[in-house]
Design a protein around this ligand. Structure first.
Ligand code: SF4
Length: 475
């Protein structure tokens, strides 16, 4: 069979997430790395959630039909074929009801990542249902969506899903045959999970895609496009009062947002930082005996803050804060099995040894985590926390597409010492260390967290005007 005709569940899911992705999977440069830590985390999570159902024996050479006819309670990731379609349903569960196999049949099961099933999930189930039909001699009738807390949603596979699936498959086929890739997806949050992300980021930047303007998501982009503002340059050239009027007419509760978006677009187009407030952004540091830079690493699925990292920067005899390269990095692991009370005690001890020092962190995660922890332990919240991200936003507008630490410190020229370092990768190292206990994984985590602290300080230094390599500013 010609490979061109082959259609798989992976292609369908990729297309349902982003039309461009299906095209790139077929025509894109195969040299672009496939690995994505978020995808890897999903696979690890899938294995964990599949654990209650036994995996098939290695080297099982029976055909799909033979394996199903044996009537096991569950079958994991069985390759099903039907004409030029292929797919591996995550799970097939046996159900009573006559079929070609005997007095039972199977229904396909999809493990959805969150709590809400989406169109992508339902159409994937419908596709798996079609792949099952030849073995059953009938439709499976329904499929199941299992959420990450054990909840189940039954999805009728007959009825309106069938024409929707036909339409989706037809459009997927057409899109794959285009000579140019379809547009970038309007909701760029999806890109986090995609292996084409860096290639698409470059295209978005070159095209001045509206999604590259910090503060513009999928819906806002569609709204602006509806008003004839097609890209970042057009937004930068838009008249503020005109856009405020239009947004107000469309029910926007904060029409003045228009001015912020235009100013951000202009800032990025010009590549200049705008100084918004000339006051001292960090007055707490002026007389402080030293500064603690603080960064947490968490496993969001396990709801576990496993590492509290501190970079200690005392004031030297010359009255200046020591160079960050000479600052001590102190990682504090808080393991669940040691109990939260003990973790809190150790954290308090660390903070108490530097009483009166400001604690700089980037973003609200650290402050929220510490306050909640203190509350659970019946203690007052720790003093001296300063959210550097908040101060930065109050004092500066930057030519960056995101005000996250990676983007801002990266704009300042800061580089993480490990390639492709990001939070998802750190979670992978953490889970691997918990499984295998390899110390190298722990060292990677510490290095990553130490780099986050250094990056935070690099941003603070720039904010304080201590950074001699400051980029041009319009302030
Ligand atoms: S990175 Fe985003 S726009 Fe590009 S293919 Fe992936 S999901 Fe689509």
């Amino acid at each position: 069979m010609a490979d061109d005709a082959l259609l798989t569940d992976r292609q369908l899911r990729g297309w349902l997430r982003c039309r461009r992705r299906a095209w790139l999977d077929r025509h894109g440069d195969p040299a672009i790395p496939r690995w994505n830590p978020h995808r890897e985390l999903q696979l690890v999570d899938r294995e964990r959630r599949l654990a209650p159902w036994p995996a098939s024996a290695r080297g099982d050479r029976r055909s799909a039909g033979e394996r199903l006819a044996a009537g096991p309670e569950a079958v994991r990731q069985l390759l099903l074929r039907r004409d030029h379609w292929r797919g591996r349903p995550t799970l097939l569960l046996r159900r009573p009801g006559a079929s070609r196999l005997g007095p039972f049949g199977f229904v396909p099961v999809l493990l959805q990542p969150g709590r809400h099933g989406t169109r992508e999930h339902r159409l994937t189930l419908a596709f798996w249902g079609r792949l099952l039909e030849p073995a059953l001699g009938r439709s499976p009738g329904e499929g199941l969506l299992l959420d990450d807390r054990g909840g189940r949603e039954r999805v009728r596979l007959d009825g309106s899903l069938q024409p929707q699936l036909d339409q989706a498959l037809e459009r997927l086929r057409r899109d794959r045959d285009l000579t140019e890739p379809p547009d970038l997806t309007s909701d760029r949050r999806k890109c986090v999970l995609c292996r084409w992300r860096s290639a698409c980021d470059r295209v978005a930047e070159a095209e001045g895609h509206l999604s590259q303007v910090s503060g513009i998501g999928g819906k806002r982009r569609e709204q602006l496009q509806g008003l004839g503002i097609v890209d970042r340059a057009a937004l930068a050239a838009t008249d503020g009062p005109w856009l405020m009027d239009r947004l107000e007419q469309q029910g926007e509760r904060r029409p003045e947002l228009a001015l912020e978006l235009i100013a951000q677009a202009r800032c990025q187009e010009l590549g200049h930082a705008d100084h918004l407030d000339p006051a001292d952004p960090l007055p707490e540091l002026t007389e402080a005996p030293g500064v603690l830079i603080y960064d947490i690493e968490s496993d969001p699925d396990a709801r576990e803050d496993f590492l509290h990292g501190f970079l200690v920067l005392p004031r030297g005899p010359d009255g200046r804060l020591v160079d960050p390269a000479a600052g001590r990095y102190l990682p504090l692991l808080t393991l669940k099995e040691q109990g939260e009370a003990r973790g809190w005690q150790r954290l308090q001890g660390r903070l108490a040894r530097h009483q009166g020092w400001p604690v700089l962190h980037y973003g609200e995660t650290e402050a929220i985590a510490l306050r909640r922890l203190a509350q659970r332990q019946g203690s007052p919240g720790p003093a001296g926390l300063i959210d550097l991200h908040q101060r930065l936003r109050r004092h500066w507008r930057l030519p960056v597409d995101s005000y996250g630490l990676k983007a801002v410190a990266g704009w300042r020229g800061f580089r993480w010492s490990q390639p492709a370092a990001e939070g998802a990768r750190c979670v992978l190292w953490w889970r691997r260390w918990r499984q295998r206990g390899d110390r190298r994984d722990l060292q990677r985590i510490f290095r990553y967290n130490h780099d986050d602290c250094l990056a935070t300080w690099a941003v603070a230094q720039w904010l304080l005007g201590d950074d001699s390599s400051s980029p041009p500013s319009s302030g």
